[in-house]
Design a binder for this molecule. Structure first.
Ligand code: ADE
Ligand code: ZN
Length: 351
């Protein structure tokens, strides 16, 4: 790509929207829109603490990660049956397809559901059925990553893994999410070692609110292949060098970071610094129903807020998303060919 720098800035939003991309950091329970929460509550006879969709949406003002998680787990309580998980994931896939997402690796939190008596089979079967339907009907490939809740014990994580293994063909890896501070990656050393033996991919949230030390231990102790968030890595130059040298992907979520007060404003976000340091950063939506937008909204608002980001960065971010995915090398190459073609078309139209 040679003439990327010549693209007028006015063309950037359309380019960002139209480029094919992968999403690698989306909690499927975080895609549950208030309207669907109310519909599922009605369908399942679940009482909600809020009288209306508007009142629920108005409660989405967070001061930190924990203040969000409290309301996010309450929202997920309306999910009871296999069809609920299917409907939630299909709603996400339809929005992803509209954003030109061609591949999505979805996080799900089984413990949020099994602790309420929902069978893990209902969770996984509903989500897996949606992945198959998305591929068939929308042309979006979907894969599942089972996350352990880090505020719970490692024993509970082991029990979740055991319960999930009969459904092994439906998930490609494991992750670590929920309250970061006070729950370092080391707490899950043994269960991640077991997952590695089982041939599962491994990722972990680290350096979102927690210190750079958590990113080091996610890499060295959990042996993760990607870091979710990781924005606090900039505080540690040696860590930045390692992430760049080893091309460890970071799944960055700009709108989430502002809503959870990791950054005061989008204009203060360090995405540009991460890319300039040679890191394989990607853009993702995290919990789009709660944080003000899906993937294209993240791209467009972030580029608007950071004038140093241009078409070259857009290309790099989309390319990184494919490189950082857990897809097969031939599939990644095919997506990158599509990306190149979309940029050629955009540049030709700008001439
Ligand atoms: N679960 C859902 N969203 C999360 C986030 N941003 N950080 C940690 N755990 C989460
Ligand atoms: Zn997340």
């Amino acid at each position: 790509m040679t003439d990327l720098d010549t693209l007028p800035r006015t063309r950037l939003p359309a380019l960002l929207r139209a480029m094919p991309k992968a999403e690698l950091h989306i909690h499927i329970e975080g895609s549950l829109e208030p309207e669907l929460i109310f519909e599922l509550a009605r369908r399942n006879g679940v009482a909600l603490a809020y009288p209306s969709v508007e009142a629920l949406r108005a409660a989405y003002a967070f001061s930190d990660l924990q203040s969000f998680l409290d309301i996010y787990y309450a929202g997920a309580s309306v999910l009871r049956n296999e069809d609920d998980f299917f409907d939630m994931a299909m709603a996400y896939f339809r929005r992803a397809a509209a954003d030109h997402v061609v591949h999505a690796e979805l996080f799900f939190d089984p413990q949020t559901h099994t602790d309420r008596g929902v069978p893990i089979a209902s969770v996984i079967r509903g989500l897996a059925r949606a992945c198959a339907a998305a591929e068939r009907d929308l042309g979006v490939s979907g894969r599942l990553i089972l996350c352990f809740l880090r505020h719970l014990s490692e024993e509970a994580a082991f029990a979740t893994l055991e319960a999930a293994l009969p459904h092994r063909e439906h998930f490609i890896g494991v992750g670590l999410d929920s309250s970061e501070r006070g729950h370092p990656p080391e707490k899950f050393a043994r269960v991640f070692a077991r997952c590695r033996e089982l041939g599962l991919h491994r990722v972990a949230h680290a350096g979102e609110e927690g210190p750079p030390a958590y990113v080091w231990s996610a890499l060295d102790v959990l042996k993760v292949e990607r870091i979710d968030h990781g924005v606090r890595s900039v505080e540690d130059p040696a860590l930045m060098r390692r992430l760049a040298d080893e091309r460890v992907p970071l799944t960055v979520c700009p709108l989430s970071n502002v809503k959870l007060c990791v950054f005061d404003a989008l204009s203060k976000h360090n995405l540009g610094a991460l890319l300039d340091a040679g890191l394989c950063a990607t853009v993702n939506s995290d919990d789009p129903a709660y944080f003000g937008g899906y993937l294209n909204q993240n791209f467009v608002e972030t580029f608007e807020a950071l004038p140093a980001l241009g078409a070259r960065h857009a290309y790099q971010l989309a390319r990184n998303s494919f490189e950082a995915s857990f897809a097969a090398p031939a599939q990644k190459a095919a997506w990158i060919d599509r990306l190149d073609a979309s940029f050629k078309t955009a540049l030709a139209a700008a001439d």
